[in-house]
Ligand binder design. Structure first.
Ligand SMILES: Cc1ncc(COP(=O)(O)O)c(C=O)c1O
Length: 381
């Protein structure tokens, strides 16, 4: 009854733990929910105002499939000036969220049996999108002793069937921000073996002491990189479903085809909100980053005091402690919810290497983080 494409895809384990938490909450239990991958801030008011204005002005019709010309121009300008990517509006497609952009890229580029290198651990939806496209995920270890940076020599994972490498920096779930030297090694590998890179940069603006580097800005990479980004995390716009991709001319027309036959276009007035996000004041982005930075310190310092092995993440809003001293990550996830009413995600959801970890999203207030740390003492003693 169900297509084999979908039968290969498991329900997301992060969704499972967040569903369990929500179920308890709906029964009145005071759960501190650290499973969410979304900022707890409201979308900035200037973005909402411009969107409402656009709607009232009659921007309620279809837009071009690839997006409003003005928004594509603004995105291309941002990619050129902030990310040093040599591009133009004609290579930019507005998508309904970064996630759908990733799905479209996999459906467009991956054939039955093609191999895609995925760094272990990785965000849950890459593997699912690869499976749906009929591809094969080849998991590649990262270095937990070096904040989950990619390993040095990835060439041994490459076969004749390898088509693409997925890079996600800042990374969900580890918070790792990849160094230039590691990105350069991946770029060299892609150039040497004629591979494409999907570079997911959705957490680019949630970065603390390091600088974000776009792999598409490196030599030879603009023609083989599809850069994915969006508005969900930087501008607290998760529910708007607004993202974008930048792709070389060799694949862009096919991406346009899949978008026009699947969604037609991203909701037209929502795209005006995106235009305001990019071209309007940026102070709310900075304020959110400051707040995340404070939460990060409170949480990670607290976890270390509890005896957990936990690096200070350089980006995103996740801590990824190793809990093996107290039990496997999945068991600790259950115990935290059952005994302390603290909901986290098991590291195993993000790849085999995560079996000893849990992921804690600190998109929650400092007061709630402090309370959670007190509750967690029951489990970590
Ligand atoms: C690494 C990563 N990429 C993409 C997304 C999805 O972003 P969007 O809301 O733009 O679809 C997420 C959401 O959690 C994510 O963690």
């Amino acid at each position: 009854m169900i297509s084999s494409r979908l039968a290969r895809v498991e329900e997301s384990a992060t969704m499972k733990s967040s569903k369990r938490a929500k179920d308890l909450m709906s029964r009145g239990v005071d759960v501190i929910n650290f499973t969410l991958g979304e900022p707890d801030f409201d979308t900035p008011k200037n973005i909402m105002d411009k969107t409402i204005e656009a709607m009232k002005a009659g921007e309620t019709h279809y837009s071009p499939a690839v997006g409003l010309p003005a928004l594509r121009e603004a995105i291309a300008e941002k990619l050129r000036t902030e990310n040093n990517i040599d591009t133009k509006a004609g290579n930019v497609m507005v998508t309904p969220g970064a996630k759908h952009g990733i799905f479209e890229v996999m459906m467009t580029m991956i054939d039955e049996g093609d191999e895609v290198l995925l760094l272990d651990p990785s965000w849950v939806s890459y593997d699912a999108c690869i499976q749906m496209a009929g591809g094969k995920t080849v998991w590649v270890p990262t270095d937990p002793e070096n904040k989950y940076q990619p390993l040095h020599d990835l060439s041994k994972y490459i076969t004749k069937k390898t088509k693409m490498i997925v890079v996600n920096t800042p990374c969900n779930p580890t918070g790792s921000v990849f160094d230039k030297s590691h990105l350069q090694e991946i770029a060299d590998l892609a150039n040497d073996h004629n591979l494409f890179v999907l570079s997911d940069e959705i957490y680019e603006k949630i970065i603390y002491d390091k600088k974000h580097i776009s792999i598409a800005s490196m030599d030879g990479m603009a023609d083989r990189t599809i850069t994915i980004n969006g508005f969900s995390k930087a501008y607290a716009m998760t529910g708007w479903r607004l993202g974008y991709l930048n792709a070389p001319a060799s694949v862009f027309p096919s991406l346009e085809k899949i978008q026009s036959h699947s969604i037609s276009n991203v909701t037209t007035f929502v795209q005006y909100g995106g235009l305001e996000a990019l071209t309007g004041p940026q102070d709310t982005v900075m304020n959110m980053q400051k707040e995340f930075k404070e939460r990060r310190s409170v949480l990670v310092d607290g976890l270390v005091k509890l005896g957990l092995k936990c690096d200070m993440p350089d980006g995103a809003f996740y801590a990824y402690p190793d809990v093996s001293e107290f039990g496997p990550g999945a068991r600790i996830t259950d115990r935290l919810l059952d005994e302390a009413q603290v909901a986290v995600s098991p590291g195993i959801a993000f790849g085999e290497s995560g079996k000893n970890n849990i992921r804690i999203s600190y998109a929650t207030s400092v007061d709630r983080i402090k309370e959670a740390l007190i509750r967690m003492e029951k489990v970590f003693q």
